[in-house]
Ligand binder design. Structure first.
Ligand SMILES: [Cu+2]
Length: 128
């Protein structure tokens, strides 16, 4: 009879320890939650265009994280083509979300014949 009692106490002790352990892991998960939430917000790149240039010489994003690219035609009618990622934005298709799976420098070109400066209208997407 005593042996059974000791056994039961032992089981109760094990349950108490595992219960505490569970609480600890839940707490740990809660504290780490905010980080993935901010990552989920993602990277945003806005390509602002005027006649005949993009507003930045380069746009930097992180490899392996979703990025949303938006074309904003401030002046004139332009497109943005990133051939390496098969992306082509224009006024009827202004935004795209994708995850760059390779690092490097990738040319962005205007994809609409917009005028005399069209050929020089280019910038670079840098994935790092
Ligand atoms: Cu153009």
């Amino acid at each position: 009879m005593k042996k059974l009692l000791v056994l039961l106490m032992g089981i109760a002790l094990v349950i108490a320890i595992t219960a505490c352990g569970n609480k600890d892991t839940k707490k740990a998960e809660n504290t780490t939650n905010p980080a993935p939430a901010t990552q989920a917000a993602g990277q945003n790149v806005v390509l602002k265009t005027t006649n005949f240039k993009f507003d930045q010489a380069e746009y930097r994003v992180k490899k392996g994280q979703p990025v949303t690219i938006t074309l904003e035609n401030v002046e004139g009618m332009h497109g943005a083509s990133i051939k390496d990622f098969k992306i082509n934005l224009d006024n009827s298709n202004k935004t795209v979300t994708f995850t760059p799976d390779k690092a490097g420098s990738f040319p962005i070109n205007c994809s609409i014949m917009c005028g005399s400066g069209h050929a020089n209208m280019k910038t670079t997407l840098i994935v790092e």
